[in-house]
Design a protein around this ligand. Structure first.
Ligand SMILES: *Cc1c(COP(=O)(O)O)cnc(C)c1O
Length: 354
């Protein structure tokens, strides 16, 4: 979901932005009106993420998935080696695509839908890897890297690249420890159609000759992400979300809310004999809380009842099954309270079924 305040602002401005007589959707991306929208969005993102000056912010096409190819094409030659963590569906997709262009060493993982990231003693880095890639939050299972693991990765002294599609802006992070952070917009930023990349200056300009212009980060960096027409309306809405974050206490504040929301839900699930979560405790996502009912024969009944109660999109991803509550930044704490009340009543009603 998107923040209600953002949707209301967009609705108010929909037909006539700032007394221009135009919708943002109708503006030329090169007009001074649109440029002001675009620049403000970037400035607000820089402020809320505390992005250092030696990083560029790129507004990209093709979602996060496009960068699964973009990353090796921009940073490697065919004989190079790169290190990837394989912690779930999204990591595996990134690996599959990268392997078309470069030699991929899998540092850890590789099981189908892992519910845990293994101990650092089992990790196998390659000494000459050009970079280390990870997905900080596996959206489908709700498996996230814990702080101690990230420290171990940073300690390798390599360029660290993180797919943060489903947890960007959910808590404060130190951007300077990453070479690249990238994310599709549609989970925690705004509508689909846009991906955002925060990339350190020295990683731009190294692309292979064959790299399509629209996959070459230098093309975006040299043209303020307007080499061709960007996803203007998605960019504008992302800007409204950054402004909303800024004016509601920033990432530090939303992190407290996010932690509280997730903790409540996990606490409820853990004490219940009707529901369970299978992810290692220290590695549980704050954004995607997955859970299974005591019998999957009840799944359809549960989904029907929850939808009737106004609790939408609880069906788990088909690759993992069960249920998933995606409680991104825009989900208010009351949404989680309502869910817990529903879970409690459903468990009572169906306690004797299997
Ligand atoms: C959703 C998601 C993606 C894919 O994003 P697209 O923008 O659809 O390409 C990639 N990585 C993660 C972690 C995701 O959650």
């Amino acid at each position: 979901m998107l923040p209600e305040a953002v949707m209301q602002k967009a609705e108010k401005e929909f037909l006539n932005w700032n007394n221009t007589g135009m919708s943002v959707m109708e503006m030329s991306h090169r007009s001074k009106e649109y440029m002001s929208v675009a620049h403000l969005a970037e400035a607000d993102l820089r402020e809320v993420m505390e992005i250092p000056d030696n990083y560029k912010v790129l507004f990209l096409h093709g979602g996060a998935s496009m960068q699964f190819a973009g990353i090796p094409l921009n940073l490697t030659q065919p004989d190079d080696v790169v290190d990837y963590f394989d912690t779930g569906v999204w990591s595996a997709k990134a690996i599959k695509e990268a392997a078309r262009y470069v030699n991929v060493n899998v540092v850890a993982g590789g099981e189908t839908n892992p519910t845990e990231i293994s101990d650092t003693s089992t990790w196998r880095f390659s000494p000459d890897a050009k970079y280390i890639h990870l997905c900080s939050n596996e959206t489908i299972t709700g498996l996230a890297f814990q702080e101690a693991h990230l420290e171990h990765i940073f300690a390798q002294g390599k360029t660290v690249i993180a797919d943060m599609s489903s947890d960007i802006l959910s808590r404060p992070i130190d951007v300077s420890r990453y070479g690249i952070i990238y994310a599709g917009a549609q989970k925690n930023i705004g509508p689909a159609g846009l991906a955002i990349m925060v990339v350190r200056d020295d990683l731009i300009g190294l692309a292979r000759d064959i790299t399509p212009s629209l996959l070459n980060w230098k093309t975006y960096a040299d043209n303020e992400s307007m080499f061709n027409t960007p996803a203007t309306y998605s960019w504008y809405l992302a800007g409204l979300v950054f402004d909303w974050l800024k004016t509601t206490g920033g990432v530090a504040n939303i992190a407290k809310v996010n932690q509280r929301k997730a903790q409540k839900l996990y606490d409820y699930i853990d004490q219940s004999s009707f529901y369970h979560n299978s992810i290692t405790t220290e590695q549980r996502s704050w954004m995607n809380v997955t859970f299974f009912l005591k019998s999957d024969a009840l799944d359809a009944v549960f989904l029907d009842a929850s939808q009737k109660a106004g609790l939408l999109s609880l069906k788990g991803h088909k690759a993992f099954g069960g249920m998933r509550a995606s409680i991104y930044n825009a989900m208010p704490e009351e949404g989680v309270d309502t869910l817990i009340t529903f879970l409690t009543a459903f468990a009572e009603q169906h306690a004797n079924e299997s």
